[in-house]
Design a protein around this ligand. Structure first.
Ligand SMILES: Cc1cc2nc3c(=O)[nH]c(=O)nc-3n(C[C@H](O)[C@H](O)[C@H](O)COP(=O)(O)OP(=O)(O)OC[C@H]3O[C@@H](n4cnc5c(N)ncnc54)[C@H](O)[C@@H]3O)c2cc1C
Length: 254
């Protein structure tokens, strides 16, 4: 930060690094070959065109039986991507019931239409591997819902003795992302929330003068519209900083 505002001569800095640190389940077997975070799976298959390997350099395991763990829009993207990559069985493993799925109804509907196999009220316990370190199955347990809590959400409980193995060769974990500390850890004076997101005011001002932030790194995973709005608000605030209107503005992106 000192370099940006000092040696490189920028008057203001906007941090918009997103919240791309994948959350894993911390169950045994998550380091087996064939387990992806949704970020990696979608980045490889879409941005890096792994479906055209070897024409493009990035490979991806084109699983025949793929389990995607999670119930949000990213899980729906991942499970439908698995089908497009040629999966014969694409399972959506979610620990609550269809009613609680956080994905948009439209996304769920499209996934159903495309033939996704919904394993609802199901929670993964362990990823099982073969002797080559490749995924061979996902050990799961069936769940049941308890009474609604104060927020109206029903807590899921495991049904004892209901463990079973879902035979899969690929597992995609799509249970959310957190703030990535890679950049924020290099700016010790930057004020963060207890979850590692950057604290700002409504215009994106951080606690460091002329350093702004916005988007997912402030709000947590949200939407493109909100991230764009945050950028516009911060740009306006930067423009209105005393003395900023005089002379030309030089903008750089890192
Ligand atoms: C699979 C998926 C599907 C989604 N679908 C939708 C949707 O349909 N509609 C919707 O509104 N939202 C959707 N979202 C959410 C949306 O993508 C985000 O809310 C939005 O992109 C956040 O914008 P941002 O600018 O804060 O961060 P991002 O768009 O994540 O951009 C951050 C950028 O900063 C870069 N970066 C990170 N660290 C550094 C660093 N140290 N130095 C330099 N660069 C860095 C990253 O590489 C990235 O390019 C989806 C998200 C995912 C993961």
């Amino acid at each position: 930060m000192g370099d940006l505002k000092g040696a490189m001569g920028f008057d203001a800095v906007y941090i918009g690094i997103g919240a791309g640190l994948p959350v894993f389940m911390n169950i045994p077997g998550e380091s087996l070959s064939g387990v992806y975070s949704a970020n990696e799976y979608l980045t490889r298959s879409n941005l890096m065109k792994a479906y055209l390997f070897p024409k493009y350099d990035t490979p991806i395991i084109m699983g025949k039986n793929v389990a995607v763990v999670g119930g949000g829009n990213v899980a729906m993207d991942s499970v439908r991507t698995a089908l497009r990559l040629g999966a014969e069985n694409a399972y959506l493993v979610y620990r609550r019931s269809k009613r609680e799925l956080p994905a948009r109804t439209e996304e769920v509907h499209h996934a159903e239409e495309e033939g996704v196999n919904f394993q609802l009220l199901t929670n993964p316990l362990e990823v099982l591997g073969d002797d080559k370190g490749m995924v061979r199955a996902l050990k799961c347990i069936r769940m049941q819902l308890g009474e609604p809590d104060a927020d109206g959400r029903c807590k899921p409980f495991p049904v004892s003795g209901s463990e079973f193995e879902l035979v899969v060769d690929t597992v995609v974990i799509a249970i959310g992302t957190n703030a990535n500390p890679l950049l924020t850890a290099t700016i010790p004076e930057l004020k963060l929330t207890k979850w590692g997101y950057i604290e700002t005011d409504d215009s994106g001002r951080t606690n460091i003068p002329s350093v702004y932030a916005g988007g997912d790194i402030v709000t947590g995973s949200a939407t493109v519209i909100l991230a764009m709005g945050a950028g516009r608000k911060a740009a306006k605030a930067i423009h209105e900083e005393p003395g900023r209107q005089e002379g030309r503005t030089r903008a750089g992106m890192l």
